[in-house]
Design a protein. Structure first.
Length: 245
């Protein structure tokens, strides 16, 4: 088990903090190896970059369309809007295709692949639990209470702002694109961003909230991992104490 865990996390796996005290920074470094080979595939930088490129192109296009024509040389506004539209669609399409590719791998021999990945995850999970048990129980209990409180508060705030973002998937972006392009015709490049100010705010808001929402989902997932690891380290010791009695 130790050999497999070391391969996943590198040469520094299992080293305690310089202060000897359990910290979330140390726990983050240890969990990095676990997250890298989790059963849930992680979005690549290219996939994340495609989303942010689409968000930026949407905002730039809406801003350009809202400015008066007199600020631009003849024909330049159309060229800018054309570039923004192509960049926006390309960015979101790239992100969507990469998301489908990443998620689609789960459906190719899903049972066998999932079982094999769970075996690897369990070995590393048990290794991390053993590392946590080297710290005093009181430290782990304090950090568990702190992390649990943060997780609960974050879940409630995200529910108010984003709802079931994980269940909606790419749908908010498709909805924003529909609002933007519902009356657009091929060749009418300026028309792609020709929306009233309220619709422009709604479109950009939907796209921006979608991107920010997934950032927060990743942070909350990492927080849940901390909580689960701390709980497992405490539960295992409790079970051993009961057995010893």
């Amino acid at each position: 088990m130790d050999m497999q865990a070391s391969e996943c996390n590198g040469a520094d796996a299992g080293t305690k903090p310089a202060t000897g005290e359990l910290t979330f920074s140390w726990l983050f470094e240890q969990v990095q190896g676990y997250a890298a080979q989790s059963i849930h595939p992680k979005p690549s930088r290219l996939e994340k970059g495609g989303t942010w490129v689409g968000v930026g192109a949407t905002g730039l296009g809406l801003l350009t369309a809202a400015l008066p024509d007199s600020l631009f040389p003849a024909g330049s506004q159309i060229m800018i809007l054309m570039g923004c539209l192509l960049t926006e669609i390309t960015g979101f399409l790239l992100s969507f295709v990469l998301m489908l590719k990443r998620e689609g791998r789960q459906y190719i021999k899903p049972r066998l692949t999932h079982a094999a990945e769970m075996d690897g995850d369990f070995a590393y999970w048990a290794y991390l639990v053993d590392q946590l048990r080297a710290f005093p129980r009181e430290e782990r209990e304090q950090r568990l209470r702190f992390a649990s409180t943060l997780r609960q508060g974050m879940t409630e705030r995200m529910g108010l702002a984003f709802g079931g973002l994980q269940k909606l998937g790419f749908f908010p972006v498709l909805g924003a694109l529909y609002l933007q392009l519902r009356t657009w015709k091929w060749g009418d490049w300026a028309g792609a961003f020709d929306v009233n100010p309220i619709a422009a705010v709604l479109i950009f808001g939907m796209v921006l909230l979608y991107a920010l929402g997934w950032v927060l989902v990743g942070i909350r997932s990492r927080l849940e991992t901390y909580v689960n690891l701390l709980e497992a380290s405490l539960a295992e010791q409790s079970a051993q104490a009961v057995t010893g009695l």
